[in-house]
Design a protein around this ligand. Structure first.
Ligand SMILES: [Zn+2]
Ligand SMILES: [Zn+2]
Length: 255
């Protein structure tokens, strides 16, 4: 069974999420055999999602697919009290915490990728891991989004492996009981691999940390893209179940 817990119908604010547009995502999900999906708009655009339309669609399509309501939050250290407010604004089934900024630098944005050329790559990984650790220990989120996104443009640390820099984060994930997503968007990026990488996924499995799946679709055509690869990677690592969420309660779904 496939699930897709990382979907942006509003993308970066360029689409209007009327019922026909949301339905296009749901139709594609059903074609791909996805049994549960969550819309997880970025926090800065979430006001554009009409919750009445979402609820109507959820009821109408309940015999085809289970629809969930999530949110993807840009975690920036120090904004915890704002986040508590944001997360209470709607009856979310789950929240994804993600790092898209390192000290104000939008490192995953194509316009700012040159930042990798004038800094030490190991230092970038170290700082990324520190912010991720703060995010995990805030205990504000259900899911860790694209855990090793810092590799997006293909830059690798030299002095240690990425998995070694992320080990304290993984230990904190274990302590806090969070779920890690296997996000297939990396397959569409220069790095050309899933988030997390195979060795990191193997570490997660060895520590009995649960996973879920997300395509990070920003258009109906991307819906579910790469999830078969994500499922195969999960099974190779040893996973036989993934996690779904309803009102922040985790449930196991057979892969
Ligand atoms: Zn993201
Ligand atoms: Zn996303």
């Amino acid at each position: 069974m496939l699930v897709d817990y990382h979907v942006h119908a509003l993308a970066h604010g360029e689409y209007e999420a009327d019922q026909a547009w949301l339905s296009a995502f749901v139709d594609k999900a059903c074609q791909m055999g996805i049994i549960e999906m969550g819309f997880s708009e970025h926090d800065e655009f979430i006001a554009g999602l009409d919750l009445d339309i979402f609820q109507k669609l959820k009821m109408e399509r309940q015999s085809d697919i289970s629809l969930r309501l999530g949110i993807e939050i840009d975690y920036i250290p120090g904004i915890e009290s704002d986040l508590i407010h944001k997360l209470s604004q709607a009856d979310y089934d789950y929240s994804i915490g993600s790092i898209h900024y390192i000290d104000g630098w939008a490192f995953d944005h194509p316009d700012h990728k040159q930042g990798f050329f004038n800094q030490d790559i190991d230092e970038i990984y170290i700082r990324y891991a520190q912010i991720l650790l703060q995010m995990v220990t805030s205990r504000l989120f259900d899911i860790v989004g694209h855990i090793d996104l810092v590799k997006i443009w293909g830059h690798r640390p030299q002095r240690k492996k990425a998995v070694d820099y992320l080990l304290p984060v993984v230990q904190a994930i274990k302590r806090t009981g969070m779920v890690v997503e296997i996000n297939s968007a990396g397959l569409r990026k220069p790095v050309g691999e899933l988030y997390p990488a195979g060795d990191l996924l193997a570490l997660l499995y060895s520590m009995n940390i649960p996973v879920t799946l997300g395509s990070d679709a920003h258009h109906p055509q991307q819906m579910g893209e790469g999830l078969e690869e994500a499922r195969a990677a999960a099974r190779r690592a040893g996973y036989r179940t993934v996690i779904g969420f309803e009102k922040h309660r985790p449930t196991s779904i057979l892969l």
